[in-house]
Design a protein around this ligand. Structure first.
Ligand code: SF4
Ligand code: SF4
Length: 440
């Protein structure tokens, strides 16, 4: 019987690897290779200039078949280098660095193309241009965290290297209070020759409460039973640090930055082994024969990951990337796993709800369940009418995309989709205003 904590290795090369030139929320890279080129593992495939970039490296040896617009888990088509991978294991020279200065460490992290689970390049996340006193490492995705527990010393070293690079004085690792496996592993680990302790977050005993008493640079806290997804970073900061973030602001506004477990491990690999960012742990759940966590090289099509998990169980109805609540449905399993992919959920044909939405009956159930006290029905109605300023005034940007409102809605209204769309339009409005101001 398969265990969800099993870490599955993909032992077969994909027929094609699709390596997008943009795998984060920022500038797209320009390809550095042409059709017919032979590439090796770790070779830089894409480069760009600007302030928000993440270089792209090849996780495979192989031959470039084409450079074209290809399906992507973002739902868009993105310029990608399409490779036929080969069995050759040749790599570029991985050159580890010892005794690098903080500014050099930031440069190494940038060169390695490391990206956070919320799509920001790690070198930028660590240096937001504000006074930061705490780096939170979000280890509340239990299955992802479990995949890295075998490398716990490297994760801790990576985290301390991030502190050194950024000048942030302390790190707080956040695990779920019900994740016994991670808590046991962190309790058995040590940092700087001292065993780590795992402290509970209870009432007003936030991380600061413990940090005041200890001189440790890194502590572990167990907070509730919540998995803090990318849209819940403000909630993470409030729950763990007791610092509520004003509307429209982000964790750095309350002196906090957030990183993931996988980026801490990737920082270790980049600095101490000289390797660029080439693979991640990804959970595969739902209608699949062998659910589990898979280490996947970026560019591997979703269908190859599913095959490594024993294939689809029955006929697939929907593929959802990064969680069934706030994730995004992709229309093809040819789309590749990319740097911010953390999970693939497969819904069978029978599980996919295709009810027709009907008119709102004003029952207010959606309002009652919203964990951040929004008016989902009103925001969705304005979004449907294209009135995005009104959506903004109703704090649509605070929606954490948990999906609770849509679950309880008896009229099956597409509340989350509409609210997500309004957020996109609000961001577009803000960007257009900024551009207008800059060109005046
Ligand atoms: S998805 Fe719905 S319930 Fe969840 S935060 Fe957004 S509006 Fe509230
Ligand atoms: S739960 Fe559905 S029907 Fe009820 S108020 Fe909200 S949107 Fe309207």
């Amino acid at each position: 019987m398969a265990n969800l904590s099993d870490v599955i290795k993909i032992d077969k090369l994909p027929e094609k690897a699709i390596i997008p030139m943009r795998q984060h929320d920022g500038i797209a890279c320009a390809p550095l290779v042409k059709k017919g080129a032979e590439v090796i593992v770790g070779q830089k495939l894409g480069e760009c200039e600007g302030s928000d970039l993440a270089y792209v490296h090849s996780p495979f040896c192989g031959t470039v078949d084409s450079i074209e617009m290809m399906p992507n888990p973002s739902g868009k088509r993105i310029l990608s280098v399409v490779l036929t991978p080969s069995e050759c294991a040749q790599t570029v020279d991985f050159v580890p660095e010892k005794d690098a200065s903080p500014s050099r460490l930031i440069e190494i992290i940038k060169e390695a193309g490391i990206v956070e689970y919320y799509e920001k390049p790690t070198y930028l996340a660590l240096k937001p241009g504000k006074r930061i006193d705490t780096l939170l490492m979000n280890a509340t995705f239990p299955l992802i965290t479990h995949a890295y527990l075998g490398s716990i010393d490297k994760v801790l070293k990576g985290l301390s290297t991030m502190l050194e690079a950024s000048g942030i004085p302390r790190g707080v690792i956040v695990v779920r209070a019900d994740d016994k496996e991670s808590i046991k592993a962190f309790k058995a680990a040590s940092f700087d020759g001292k065993p780590l302790t795992v402290a509970p977050i209870i009432g007003k005993r936030h991380a600061d409460y413990y940090l005041e008493d200890v001189e440790d640079q890194i502590i572990v806290v167990a907070a509730g039973k919540v998995t803090y997804t990318p849209t819940m970073m403000n909630l993470l900061s409030a729950d763990v640090m007791g610092r509520k973030i004003p509307l429209g602001r982000q964790p750095p506004d309350v002196h906090v930055v957030v990183c993931g477990v996988k980026s801490a491990k990737a920082v270790y690999d980049a600095v101490y082994e000289g390797k660029p960012y080439l693979e991640n742990a990804v959970t595969v759940t739902g209608a699949v024969n062998r659910p589990g966590t898979v280490f996947v090289r970026f560019g591997t099509p979703i269908k190859d990951v599913v095959n490594a998990c024993g294939g689809y169980k029955g006929e697939p109805g929907k593929l959802i990337i990064n969680g069934s609540m706030g994730g995004i449905a992709v229309y093809t399993d040819e789309a590749p796993v990319v740097k911010n992919t953390t999970g693939i959920v497969i819904q069978s044909k029978e599980e996919v709800i295709r009810d027709e939405a009907t008119a709102c009956i004003h029952c207010a159930r959606c309002v009652d369940v919203c964990p951040v006290n929004l008016l989902p029905t009103r925001i969705a109605s304005y979004a449907d009418l294209g009135k995005y300023e009104e959506c903004e005034q109703l704090y649509a940007m605070n929606c954490i995309e948990c999906g609770a409102c849509a679950v309880v809605c008896p009229s099956k209204r597409h509340l989350v989709q509409l609210i997500k769309y309004s957020k996109l339009q609000i961001n577009n409005m803000v960007a257009a205003e900024a551009l207008e101001e800059a060109t005046e």
